[in-house]
Design a protein around this ligand. Structure first.
Ligand SMILES: Nc1ncnc2c1ncn2[C@@H]1O[C@H](COP(=O)(O)OP(=O)(O)OP(=O)(O)O)[C@@H](O)[C@H]1O
Ligand SMILES: [Mg+2]
Length: 339
């Protein structure tokens, strides 16, 4: 799915130092910055609970931020309301993990797909009907499916309906929140291929959320790795997977099985797996959020007194267009791991 991404161009979305808290006490997203470029697929990976869906919803302004700003096509959306917000929610759509839960069981497929068209007005009934048929065909369903209900469809068909609904208003960006995780393995590739084809045909930009690096590595142009509400690494999918900069990205990669036996044995022999899970991690108060689980944890202090347990690493550009938050990769003053 490699696309020609021109990072000199204006980004479609610019997320600038945003933070989110649901209860005003616990920070769920902490100082997150990244850009999404037109035509690319940005993969967003990390363990359950690290804040991927929250970040997706924040882009649509479905979840409020308490710090930072979000620009869409150059326009500041942080405080948008009324018309501005309505336009944002026309141009940015979401596809969800569980197509069953996200489709209204009391509406026919045609009513579900037609809903945004009616909401945004300006189309005659005939035009809406024709557009619904076109959308069904576009996602690989027959127009007859329009009269059925979600429970009468297979999982793959339901996800196609969810995608058709997302496409109805010709969005520029679609946030795909684990769109294949709930599907049978045999159906997953079909939906990935469909999203790929639609991206090329309709010039779409995707943020593709998954908890598994194996899912996003082949379909993303760039990947952002999240850990506990922060992006810890961001870079081209190929470079990140070939040579991860952050120990957490490395651990996620080590968890991906390789289909070739000798390479798989090498992976099993050499991997330094993660211990515990996010909730069990001993997160130091001021240090690196990953220090509690980091297999590479640097125990030396630099002359400046930096160590992983007491100083939070900055998220910085380590190599051109490669960003990471890790003292081991600090450009000016890298720490050396002792273990
Ligand atoms: N509506 C909400 N109200 C309060 N807390 C929430 C809400 N939604 C999510 N959270 C909390 O915010 C954190 C991030 O959740 P989020 O759903 O964004 O994670 P995720 O990475 O999408 O996880 P998953 O892989 O399980 O979907 C979690 O600790 C979660 O419990
Ligand atoms: Mg989620």
């Amino acid at each position: 799915m490699a696309h020609d991404i021109d990072m000199q161009k204006n980004p479609l979305v610019e997320v600038d130092h945003i933070s989110v808290s649901y209860d005003g006490v616990r920070t769920v997203l902490d100082d997150i910055s990244f850009a999404v470029y037109p035509g690319e697929t940005l993969g967003l990976v990390g363990e359950s609970g690290c804040g991927k869906s929250t970040l997706g919803r924040a882009i649509l302004r479905l979840t409020p931020t308490f710090k930072g700003s979000i620009r869409f096509m150059g326009k500041d959306m942080t405080l948008a309301s009324g018309k501005g917000l309505r336009e944002l929610r026309r141009d940015v759509q979401m596809v969800f993990q569980d197509p069953y839960a996200s489709l209204n069981p009391r509406l026919t497929v045609a009513e579900i797909i037609g809903d945004p068209l009616r909401n945004y007005g300006g189309m005659s009934k005939d035009k809406i009907r024709a557009r619904i048929n076109d959308l069904l065909v576009l996602v690989g369903l027959s127009p007859q499916v329009g009269s059925r209900y979600a429970h009468e469809l297979s999982g793959g068909q339901r996800q196609r309906v969810g995608i058709a609904r997302a496409l109805a208003l010709n969005p520029a960006l679609i946030v795909c929140d684990e769109p294949i995780s709930a599907l049978d393995v045999s159906i997953q590739a079909q939906i990935v291929n469909l999203l790929d084809r639609l991206q090329n045909e309709l010039n779409l930009t995707y943020v593709f959320i998954a908890h598994d690096l194996a899912v996003v590595r082949h379909l993303s142009d760039r990947i952002a790795v999240m850990y506990l509400g922060k992006i810890v690494e961001l870079g081209s999918a190929m470079e990140l997977c070939a040579k991860p900069l952050h120990p957490y990205s490395k651990a996620l990669l080590d968890a991906v099985p390789i289909p070739e036996p000798a390479a798989e044995q090498h992976r099993l022999d050499s991997r330094r797996g993660l211990q515990g899970d996010i909730s069990m991690s001993a997160t130091p108060e001021n240090g690196c959020i990953f220090a509690g689980r980091c297999p590479m944890k640097a125990v030396v202090k630099t002359e400046q007194g930096i160590d992983c347990m007491s100083v939070q690493p900055r998220f910085e550009e380590v190599e051109p267009q490669r960003f990471a938050a890790c003292h081991l990769n600090n450009r000016l003053n890298p720490l050396t791991a002792l273990n």
